[in-house]
Design a protein around this ligand. Structure first.
Ligand code: 3PG
Ligand code: MG
Length: 399
């Protein structure tokens, strides 16, 4: 792989130069208060930012947050993230209240060597995510004007063909940041020759989101353990009744087909926790998967499932986990996710936690992050990497 790295850029010397850093500061926010509920993605970019600050660069950071529709939307402002980033860096972060407008221009122009600026949400601009090359290119021109060099450290967004990820590197000398390098290094171990048994645990709500990765992984893995909301579509495909659990009716046939072709590699829950409603205080019980009452919905995997999955995980030498086993945000339905996470940490295996929700779950459940081999900051990105897809953000760095 012919990717230049941050160290190459530092070796050239960046003192006094403006370095535009694409980060993925898309952190989860509390729906009521707007407070940052997990700052893992902010912390993950600190090694790159710290190195640039120390080398005396004028550091211009840009990121998206959430999915605003190409226009300013206060609930998705990066303002709170600038505050938290400043706390973690131990120096104030100069926040621009627009992305490429007057505020951004003056904020960047006023930066002293070793100072950091954060631009407002990239997705407040239609050009960022546009499918139209010209529109995207015009926005990329404006962004590129803020840097003498570009660093991509937004692993969570490398699967997006967006202006800041794909088009800016075509306009500036470009390198991969520390986080992107580490993520690619780790994930390439999984696609290369993983030590066996190689066990993958998939959860989360939708089969349709995970279909491509299941297809890609089936020939490679020794075992595929399926939990989370998506397990109910698989259980239905086995002819079981799933009550009012999450069900993707149009995926049942696909799941049946996958089960048939999996050669027994796919393991499904044997028991689940069913509740009267999707609520933290709903009445709930553990039942066998062939006994889900018609009026109740499954919100977690049960203890026997955790025991069975854990036994398989204890044999593994390589583990990849993406997606919670249940609604871990509600304590009554967190035991499955916690149990599987603990089994992964106990296994004598190289373990990778894939992104977004599962990484947040590890931290929300108070588990020791250092007992996992690697916690990826990319959910979709790590899955697409494992699928073997070309990631636009990585491809752009290779050119
Ligand atoms: C993520 O959280 O998945 C990344 O930040 C990418 O965001 P997106 O899925 O909205 O493109
Ligand atoms: Mg995503």
């Amino acid at each position: 792989m012919s990717i230049r790295t941050l160290d190459d850029l530092l070796a050239e010397g960046v003192s006094g130069r403006r370095v535009l850093v694409r980060a993925d500061l898309n952190v989860p926010l509390d729906k009521q208060t707007g407070a940052i509920t997990d700052d893992g993605r902010i912390r993950a970019v600190l090694p790159t930012l710290g190195a640039l600050v120390e080398a005396g660069a004028k550091v211009v950071v840009c990121s998206h947050l959430g999915r605003p529709k190409g226009a300013p939307d206060p609930q998705f402002s990066l303002g709170p993230v600038a505050g938290r980033l400043g706390e973690l860096l131990g120096a104030p972060v100069h926040f621009a209240t627009d992305t490429v407008g007057d505020s951004a221009r003056s904020t960047v122009a006023d930066l002293a060597d070793g100072q950091v600026a954060l631009l407002e949400n990239l997705r407040f601009n239609a050009g960022e995510t546009s499918k139209d090359e010209t529109e995207r290119g015009a926005f990329a021109d404006q962004l590129a004007a803020f840097g003498d060099a570009y660093v991509d450290d937004a692993f969570g967004a490398v699967h997006r063909k967006h202006a800041s990820v794909f088009d800016v590197p075509a306009r500036l000398p470009h390198v991969a940041g520390r986080l992107v390098l580490r993520e690619v290094e780790v994930l390439s171990k999984l696609t290369g020759a993983p030590e066996r048994p190689y066990v993958v645990v998939l959860g989360g709500s939708k089969v349709s989101d995970k279909l491509a990765v299941i297809e890609a992984l089936l020939p490679t893995v020794d075992r595929l353990l399926i939990g989370g909301g998506m397990c109910f579509t698989f259980l239905k495909a086995q002819g079981l009744e799933v009550g009012t659990s999450l069900l993707e009716k149009d995926m049942v046939e696909t799941c049946r087909n996958l089960l048939e072709r999996s050669g027994g590699k796919i393991m499904l829950p044997v028991d689940v926790v069913v509740a009267d409603a999707f609520a933290p205080d709903a009445a709930h019980d553990t039942v066998r998967v062939d006994g889900i009452p018609s009026h109740r919905l499954g919100l977690d995997v049960g203890p026997e499932t955790v025991a069975g999955f854990s036994a398989t995980l204890s044999q593994a030498k390589t583990i990849f986990w993406n997606g919670p086993m249940g609604v871990f945000e509600m304590p009554a339905f967190a035991a499955g996710t916690r149990g599987i996470a603990e089994a992964i940490t106990k296994a004598d295996a190289f373990s990778v936690v894939g992104g977004g929700d599962s990484a947040a779950a590890v931290r929300a459940l108070g588990l020791d992050e250092s007992s996992f081999g690697h916690i990826s900051t990319g959910g979709g990105a790590s899955l697409e990497y494992l699928e073997g897809k070309t990631l636009p953000g990585i491809a752009a760095l290779e050119n």
